[in-house]
Design a protein around this ligand. Structure first.
Ligand SMILES: Cc1cc2nc3c(=O)[nH]c(=O)nc-3n(C[C@H](O)[C@H](O)[C@H](O)COP(=O)(O)O)c2cc1C
Length: 139
């Protein structure tokens, strides 16, 4: 059972309300701990950016659940890769709040200081999340 990593971005849909982030994280952590999936979720006023890592079958199932959640839309896979080791093994879903997505951090990994993952390469999005590991809020 080898490991893969998937990175995607999406936009908040009209069905999303700000309280939903707590529900999304609780549900994600419940499923992920059962399926040995780890990763990071960045959330801003407009966008989600998420990395999930685990066995290929677990990541397939998880991504399927994510695609079917009406609280977001325009879901675009930025990167999918076989990996040798996990990078977010401490978190069944670590949460990076908007305040960590500073102009300086965005400038490092994208063409402008605004956070817009649709404008980022898969590798830049992955590197951005690695750089944000220290800011993860573990609820
Ligand atoms: C931004 C976002 C991130 C999500 N991340 C995960 C995840 O990491 N793992 C997962 O199983 N589901 C994830 N989901 C899917 C939902 O939480 C989904 O509704 C849930 O898994 C449904 O199962 P439940 O009815 O048991 O809560 C995510 C959904 C959204 C909108």
């Amino acid at each position: 059972m080898f490991l893969v990593r998937l990175v995607y971005t999406s936009k908040l849909s009209d069905a999303f309300s700000s309280d939903d982030i707590t529900d999304i994280l609780a549900s994600a952590r419940k499923h992920n701990s059962r399926n040995h999936v780890t990763g990071l979720l960045c959330f801003s006023s407009n966008y989600f950016l998420q990395c999930i890592e685990g066995s290929r079958s677990a990541i397939n199932r998880t991504y399927h659940r994510i695609l079917n959640d009406p609280r977001h839309e325009d879901i675009v896979m930025l990167d999918y890769k076989e990996i040798n080791r996990r990078e977010f093994s401490h978190w069944h879903m670590g949460y990076v709040p908007y305040t960590a997505l500073t102009r300086d951090v965005n400038m490092l990994f994208s063409g402008s200081p605004e956070f817009n993952p649709y404008e980022m390469s898969g590798e830049s999005a992955h590197q951005l999340m690695l750089a944000l590991k220290d800011t993860v809020d573990m609820v």
